[in-house]
Ligand binder design. Structure first.
Ligand code: B3K
Ligand code: ZN
Length: 850
């Protein structure tokens, strides 16, 4: 294994020695020899005593450098340059040459299908020019782009253009990570939005020729986001134009560059024929997320990268609120919690666990995680619950007032809440500093009309943090009577101690408690509850989240007992699900969620938490067994339900129709088990939208009857990159465990497999890791194949490779043979010559803990 990469610590933060007053950039675009001229006005920072002039810079060929017009010869290394500079404000000019065509890492300036594109967050700007590439250095930018392409874009407002050039000015001081440039043969869908103060903003979504028909939904989502941020947060847009660009090669979903958001085409392009309901919902959320960053991220940015959750946690929280308002808040909450548990709980309970505000990193790109984003959002939700809606609104107003134009910290954020509400948040801050998911156990007691809940909290050690202090946990509780009536509406209990009891007096009989309503804190609640009490809550809980949670925990118990004791599915569970399914008062999306089962990875984690060694094959078999049992038990209901949930008329991507389709497809999947594939084939043949076409294909593949449909699907969609990603993923997700790795490997030889395109790479290997029983098959083929391809990808695109290596983070759950195979795969990656910093850090952390 190679030397560990250097670690950067939060405690070592110091201010920048030189601040930037303004930036002028000129780009002369050329695929392999782009010239970048920078003219930057620097001023010494009087707050720093011992000043050294250092500019970050990587993979840059320095052509010339001047200070106040006089040539200088800086000392250039692999990571930047130093130079003697005056002890007063001065103008720095440098010309560098870069090679966008050779940039496969998709960070800095790169090319995608003939189009120039940038990605600077977190530290990509240093691959464009020499600069103090840190978020606390903020400046207005003027950018001139010259190139032989029809569309030339950068941040801010357009200030001039002519044949082969365009100039842009962004008046809002910003850190370099928000810089963007796009150039290409692009077509715009245009619209406008009039802000609350009556200013007209031009909106454009730029796409490659041929994709113009897939922008309408994103444009509508953008306008709804702009309006929502005005209505709910009082935030108005601040430039004359807002541009969005779709690009095919992109490492993540999208990027909030000031006035010029760049999107993975999968996160913006959609149409009923090519996109599923889930795609529509994701696009709506990402459009909103990037737009909301304009205030939470751009106008107020982060002092340093340790503060990443300041913008990400808050912006995720805001996009979740928005989606809840646009759709169904209860369904949205359940889906957000499902994602949190699947990704964040898994991370928080393994070797990659880190605090929401990490205190160290080697490569910051490795910290764009579910913990920073999704747990970060949960912390905002807890704060809001603790200070109330009014307190939250006051605190946010103060935050925007006080910190506009600044690079802020979590301390600033919490201080705003303290000042606005008078609440002491010293203990709450632990949520930002302590990694690991708290486990809360609860016991209850009823005596002389007093009902008592006894809680205990414990958080297991995580890497670099052996001892945990108690956290403030808002526990929303309601009490139900035996007849299902609510005897006590929701109250928020504030747990602050390791063990704490809460009393409820004056009750005639022992109530049934509904605990952690709305999932009021990101904890694992452990509670001994009989199947009949869970069924009671599924039937009667007035809190939609806990109603669903009751069914989910019932399913989980049934599955765990099937795995550990080999018992048959519990008929009480099957009856309870049937009752919920028949309840027409419940919205279809909710019923579909009630019908869905915990995933195999979730079950493996729970078994491990209970001190058992999960067997992926046994888990898979139990889950299949329960789906068969559900299908048999519900057989009489399924066909009528399938018919009732049809959505006649033109496709609408709204939450109501999407919910019906989701219940319809859940019914179809079970029906196919009892009735065979004919109905799924009929839907496949008739479907006029991707949700049903793909849903039907899934059923056919699961039934082993999908070959013809799969071939037809490919023939129909081979010209559509995004639909072809679905085709690749389908083969692997639905492969039997023993053939999953071989299927993935076969797909890598397909003509349409392009491993350098992150979406396509993920469509095969992300899918492989989602097929838990296949990835963890005892023959180890999945581990070896993924390691081979991660090594290969790391040579081209470290960010995406490192991100996908998290598939191995759960290795300690498994038996000795699997552990040894995964460790061997990780060691093989670690031993690779020239491994990236991204990947070395990830494998080092994954191996380190055990
Ligand atoms: N801020 C970007 C993520 C950048 C990731 C850099 N590796 C997208 C977002 O969170 O909106
Ligand atoms: Zn974000």
């Amino acid at each position: 294994m190679q030397a560990a990469p250097e670690t950067i610590f939060l405690k070592d933060y110091t201010q920048a020695a030189y601040l930037v007053e303004d930036v002028h950039l000129t780009f002369r675009l050329d695929p392999s020899a782009t010239r970048v001229l920078a003219r930057i006005r620097f001023a010494p920072n009087p707050a720093v005593a011992d000043r050294r002039f250092f500019l970050h810079g990587e993979q840059l060929k320095l052509i010339s450098a001047r200070i106040d017009g006089a040539p200088v010869a800086p000392d250039v290394t692999q990571t930047g340059l130093t130079c003697d500079v005056p002890d007063a404000p001065f103008t720095w000019e440098a010309e560098v040459q870069i090679d966008p065509a050779a940039n496969t890492a998709l960070e800095g300036l790169y090319m995608s299908n003939g189009m120039y594109c940038t990605q600077c967050e977190a530290e990509g700007f240093r691959k464009i020019t020499f600069y103090p590439d840190r978020p606390d250095v903020m400046a207005p930018f003027t950018v001139r782009v010259a190139g032989d392409l029809p569309v030339l874009l950068s941040n801010g407002n357009p200030t001039g253009s002519g044949d082969g050039w365009a100039e842009w000015h962004d008046p809002w001081p910003k850190p370099a990570y928000l810089f963007a440039l796009v150039a290409g043969d692009l077509r715009a869908t245009s619209d406008s939005f009039t802000t609350m103060s009556g200013k007209k903003v031009d909106l454009n979504i730029w796409v490659r020729p041929g994709d113009e028909g897939k922008t309408a939904f994103a444009m509508d989502a953008l306008k709804r986001s702009m309006k929502w941020d005005e209505d709910v947060y009082g935030r108005e847009y601040d430039l004359d134009v807002f541009n969005i660009v779709a690009v095919d090669d992109f490492n993540m979903g999208a990027m909030e560059n000031k006035g010029l958001n760049i999107f993975n085409s999968s996160a913006v392009l959609c149409s009923p024929e090519t996109s599923t309901d889930a795609n529509f919902a994701r696009i709506e959320a990402i459009i909103a997320h990037e737009y909301f960053h304009n205030w939470t991220g751009n106008r107020i940015t982060c002092r340093d990268w340790f503060q990443l959750c300041l913008k990400e946690g808050l912006t995720v929280f805001r996009d979740q609120q928005f989606s809840g308002d646009m759709r169904d808040p209860a369904v949205q909450r359940i889906e957000d919690v499902l994602a949190l548990r699947a990704r964040q709980f898994r991370e928080d309970n393994g070797p990659l666990a880190h605090p929401v505000r990490p205190d160290r990193y080697a490569e910051i790109n490795n910290f764009y995680t579910a913990t920073v984003y999704e747990k970060g959002a949960e912390l905002i939700g807890m704060l809001k619950r603790l200070v109330g809606d009014d307190g939250y609104a006051k605190a946010l107003d103060l935050y925007f007032d006080r910190h506009d134009g600044q690079a802020a910290t979590i301390e600033d954020w919490l201080k705003v809440f303290e000042d606005a509400t008078g609440r002491d948040l010293t203990q709450f801050k632990r949520w930002y500093e302590q990694a690991g998911t708290p486990r809360v156990t609860v016991a209850d007691e009823f005596k002389d009309g007093t009902y008592t809940l006894h809680f205990k909290q414990i958080t297991n050690p995580t890497p670099n943090q052996d001892v945990k202090a108690p956290q403030v946990i808002p526990i929303a509780v309601g009490l139900l009577g035996r007849n299902g009536d609510e005897v006590l509406p929701t109250q928020v209990l504030e747990m602050t101690e390791g063990a704490q009891s809460f009393h409820f007096e004056g009750l005639a009989t022992k109530p049934v408690p509904s605990i952690l309503r709305g999932f009021s804190a990101p904890v694992i609640l452990e509670r001994d509850l009989s199947a009949s009490e869970r069924a009671f809550l599924l039937a009667h809980d007035t809190d939609a989240f806990n109603k669903w949670e009751a069914g989910r925990s019932l399913a989980k118990d049934v599955l765990l007992r099937m795995v550990t004791d080999g018992v048959a599915p519990d008929p009480d569970y099957l009856d309870a699900i049937r009752t919920a399914l028949r309840d027409d008062g419940l919205n279809p999306a909710f019923r579909a969620l009630v019908l869905s089962l915990p995933g195999e990875d979730d079950l493996a984690q729970t078994l491990f938490d209970h001190g058992l060694t999960p067997d992926p094959a046994a888990i898979h078999a139990a889950r299949e067994g329960l789906r068969d049992a559900l299908a048999a038990h519900l057989a009489a209901d399924l066909a009528p339900l399938y018919d009732a949930m049809a959505c006649p008329g033109p496709f609408r991507p709204d939450a109501v129709d999407a919910g019906k389709r989701s219940l319809r497809l859940a019914a179809l999947s079970l029906l196919t088990r009892v009735d065979g594939p004919a109905r799924a084939q009929a839907l496949y043949d008739a479907a006029d939208n991707m949700t049903e076409q793909l849903g039907a294909l899934s059923c056919l593949l699961d039934a082993g009857a999908g070959d013809a449909a799969s071939q037809a699907f490919r023939a129909q969609w081979q010209g559509d990159r995004l639909v072809m990603d679905k085709w690749f993923a389908m083969q692997v997700v639905h492969a039997a465990p023993e053939t999953a790795a071989a299927t993935a490997e076969r797909l890598t030889t397909d003509d349409a497999f392009d491993w350098k395109n992150p979406n396509r790479f993920r469509s095969v290997f992300g899918a492989l890791t989602m097929n838990a029983a296949g990835f963890h098959h005892a023959d180890g083929a999945g581990y070896a194949l993924l390691a081979d391809w991660l090594i290969r990808l790391d040579g081209a695109n470290p960010q995406t490779a490192a991100r996908m290596s998290t598939a191995f983070e759960t290795w300690r759950r498994y038996d000795a043979d699997r552990q040894e195979m995964i460790r061997a795969a990780l060691r093989r990656i670690a031993d690779t010559k020239g491994l990236s910093r991204d990947m070395s850090e990830m494998v080092g952390r994954m191996l380190g803990g055990g």
